[in-house]
Write a protein that binds this ligand. Structure first.
Ligand SMILES: [Zn+2]
Length: 141
């Protein structure tokens, strides 16, 4: 763990998160700036900066958790597909994004490409009560 790493602090419990799943090696929680409601992150508890640094067994474990979340999202939100991707843009602690896709361009940059680099803005945060509702729906039953 590094004190300066946001996701290490969430993994250790030093910072709060809307947790969806946790075991000794991984943690899934809601993204604070969701592309779509239900947008989740799955991280290793140990600090690995980039996804390609992950031991294969840990990467597989993260993917398995994302698959379970995706199946839950399809049931809850009636979406045809769920996106899974790593970008490493905001926090250099490997994290998989799991996003229910309500529109085929939810995780592409069609608007960004049309409007230019400077048009990009973080998606807004949702109210805490709504985040708690979403988290309780996505947790395994
Ligand atoms: Zn970290």
């Amino acid at each position: 763990m590094t004190d300066s790493c946001l996701f290490c602090r969430i993994a250790s419990g030093a910072l709060p998160a809307h947790k969806l799943y946790e075991d000794e090696a991984i943690l899934a929680f809601l993204d604070l700036h969701p592309i779509r409601a239900g947008h989740a992150l799955v991280i290793p508890k140990a600090h690995y900066p980039w996804f390609e640094d992950l031991p294969e067994t840990l990467a597989t474990r993260i993917t398995g958790c994302a698959q379970r979340l995706a199946r839950r999202m399809k049931t809850l939100y009636s979406v045809e597909r769920v996106a899974l991707f790593y970008t490493g843009i905001h926090v250099a602690h490997a994290h998989a994004h799991v996003v229910p896709m309500f529109h085929p361009h939810d995780v592409t940059s069609q608007a960004y490409m049309a409007e230019g680099v400077d048009s990009y803005a973080m998606p807004p945060q949702l109210p805490a009560a709504e985040m708690q509702d979403i988290a309780s729906q996505l947790r395994p039953t």
